[in-house]
Design a protein around this ligand. Structure first.
Ligand code: HEM
Length: 187
């Protein structure tokens, strides 16, 4: 299952990595308003996908969207109004689809670790005392390890693997769609 998810989403990962505002963190050029936009986009995507996963996996952690909300509150960015525009655009219909979506959310923590490291050298963001989402905490990859353990501990039919893979691809596309949402922020 994991191998198929990885293979079938690697092109989408490359695509999203290329176009993402997070790239501006990697080269340290990001401005405060670009960072606010990145946090807002991530909040919308994580919150909506987490809520759908939770319908089938009630214990699924919503800690990523909660930490994004903390960052946004400190930066005075409204995230309640924009969520309404995307709320109905992503759905999981069963536990297997929720697993495909969870693959994308849990796996994304690895990129987050890399980004957190570079954030320290982004001089335009020096006034932010603490980053809650991109915090570089090793605990972030714990969810990924548990996810891998869980998936590797059971068998999936070809149909289930196919279904989870389609939902993982759709989750990447949903993130891509939200990354195209670019309201203007003042710094
Ligand atoms: C600039 C942004 C990003 C960077 C630099 C980045 C970087 C990375 C890195 C370094 C890994 C670990 C690869 C490995 O150790 O095998 C990874 C894995 C992963 N990333 Fe990203 N990533 C970014 C954005 C995203 C986004 C936005 C998502 C989801 C919407 C995402 C989803 C994943 C997934 C699911 C994996 C796990 C792949 C696997 O091992 O099966 N990434 N990323």
């Amino acid at each position: 299952m994991l191998q198929t998810l990885r293979e079938q989403t690697s092109a989408l990962h490359k695509e999203i990595e290329k176009d993402n505002t997070a790239g501006l963190i990697m080269d340290h050029s990001i401005t405060m308003s670009e960072y606010k936009l990145l946090l807002l986009q991530n909040y919308l995507a994580y919150k909506i996908v987490e809520d759908e996963i939770k319908r089938f996996q009630p214990q699924f952690s919503t800690d990523k969207s909660e930490r994004l909300a903390e960052d946004l509150i400190l930066l005075n960015v409204d995230f309640e109004a924009p969520i309404a525009s995307f709320k109905g655009d992503f759905h999981c219909n069963d536990e297997i689809e929720a697993l495909g979506a969870a693959y994308v959310l849990e796996g994304s923590a690895m990129g987050g670790m890399l980004i957190a490291r570079e954030l320290q050298d982004c001089t335009n963001l020096a006034s932010i005392a603490k980053h809650h989402f991109f915090n570089g905490d090793r605990k972030n990859v714990q969810g990924w390890k548990e996810f891998m353990k869980k998936v590797n501990s059971r068998e999936f039919s070809a149909e289930e693997t196919q279904k989870a893979t389609l939902k993982a691809q759709e989750t990447f596309l949903f993130f891509g769609k939200i990354f195209d949402y670019q309201p203007q922020f003042s710094a």
